[in-house]
Design a protein around this ligand. Structure first.
Ligand SMILES: Cc1ncc(C[n+]2csc(CCOP(=O)(O)OP(=O)(O)O)c2C)c(N)n1
Length: 381
């Protein structure tokens, strides 16, 4: 079982960030890693610039998402600031015909897979259950039920085995989700059937207000070998290391060796969602420490040191980000508001009594507003 990154338990077990494989220091210095280097031998300056561009675009979508929610255009937004390297690095390693199962926070994965600007706003506005066709970009609808997508990914991987292709399916989930039964059951099935699935556990240190140290007394990557799954614990703010680790994991699964597991150690810089106030449960100092490990400035430092980051490049990335942001805003502002009851239209393909009941209840609830309004007008007269 090669590539199992050997963990050296430290005092600060599950949150410790030094016990990771990395290729870029927080200052952007390229360092060697005997396991990872060979997976990124072909990565030249143009690939690095592409990864940089991706991460800046993802951050801009995220900034727009938060702003649109604050302006009342979206119901909710789950910020991913700080996690761009994990999302872009792993997703860029995928083949177009691999299938990704992201969580709600994987804006960057969905972007890299080919989602359009409107796709980032209509679901969070409450207009659509899924904005893109999963089969067009081989990416499932972003999952909100914690950990459920890990089972879907394994089921898909078992299907791949029966189809006899060399695709790989990928489950993204958080450190909090790693405590869910679904995730652990998924790992048992994947291991037992040697299914071609990669588990990407995004350890962003917090599950809403619960720190990872409460639910993991040992690095989460260390659990996978107990299921018979090789794992890597990687610096999730190092896009090059994330790309390398994911290429290793995909290659492992694609060759028929069964599942692989990556724990990407990163940090959620913003609130859990726009409904959350993280100042109530975490220190400013912790956030500032992580700001110094920013994934985008880290890659910028490397590119500058290589003489590959000049004003023209910065301006072109900025222009792309501005254009994308404009499109995201326009998609939100021009959205038509659907009749609330239509949300139940496509839950099942066939008629379903449970849905009929919900429709009747919700219809009466909505009518209640109309009669309350009529009553108020009557009183006013
Ligand atoms: C099955 C289930 N239980 C609880 C919730 C409520 N919930 C939403 S997000 C969340 C925390 C998830 O934390 P983590 O898996 O670390 O992912 P992160 O939000 O940090 O990306 C919880 C408990 C849910 N959506 N689904």
């Amino acid at each position: 079982m090669t590539m199992t990154h050997t963990l050296t338990p430290t005092a600060d077990l599950a949150s410790g960030i030094e016990d990771v494989a990395r290729l870029l220091t927080p200052d952007g210095e390229r360092i060697a890693d005997p396991d990872l280097d060979r997976w990124v031998e072909d990565v030249d300056a143009s690939v690095l610039r592409g990864l940089y561009r991706d991460m800046v675009l993802v951050r801009r979508i995220d900034t727009e998402g938060v702003a649109l929610q604050r302006q009342g255009q979206l119901a909710l937004w789950p910020p991913c600031q700080g996690q761009e390297a994990t999302q872009v690095g792993t997703a860029r390693a995928l083949r177009a015909d691999d299938f990704a199962f992201p969580s709600y926070r994987e804006t960057g994965v969905v972007h890299v897979r080919g989602a359009k600007p409107a796709d980032f706003v209509l679901a969070w506005r409450g207009e659509e259950h899924s904005t893109y066709n999963p089969y067009e970009i081989n990416t499932a609808t972003q999952q909100i039920i914690i950990g459920a997508q890990s089972l879907h990914a394994v089921g898909y991987a078992m299907g791949i085995q029966r189809d006899g292709t060399d695709q790989v399916s990928v489950a993204y989930f958080g450190d909090g989700a790693s405590s869910q039964g679904d995730v652990n059951e998924a790992m048992v099935f994947a291991s037992s059937y040697r299914s071609p699935v990669v588990f990407v556990c995004v350890n962003n240190h917090w599950a809403i207000s619960e720190p990872v140290t409460v639910q993991a007394k040992y690095p989460i990557a260390g659990r996978a070998p107990g299921f018979g799954i090789p794992s890597m614990r990687v610096d999730g703010n190092d896009v090059l290391a994330c790309l390398a680790a994911m290429r290793w994991a995909l290659d492992h699964a694609r060759r028929g060796n069964g599942p692989a597991f990556i724990e990407a150690v990163t940090y959620r810089m913003g609130p859990h969602t726009t409904s959350d106030d993280p100042t109530r449960y975490r220190d400013k100092e912790e956030v500032e420490t992580w700001r110094r490990r920013d994934p985008i400035s880290r890659l910028e430092a490397l590119l500058r040191a290589q003489g590959e980051f000049d004003d023209a490049f910065a301006a072109s990335v900025e222009a792309d980000a501005d254009a994308l942001a404009r499109e995201v805003r326009e998609a939100a502002m021009s959205a038509t508001t659907r009749e609330p009851l239509t949300m139940l239209d496509h839950v099942y393909a066939e008629p379903h009594s449970g849905i009929d009941e919900q429709r009747a209840w919700f219809g009466a609830y909505l009518d209640g507003f109309a009669s309350a309004q009529a009553g108020a007008e009557e009183v006013a007269r």
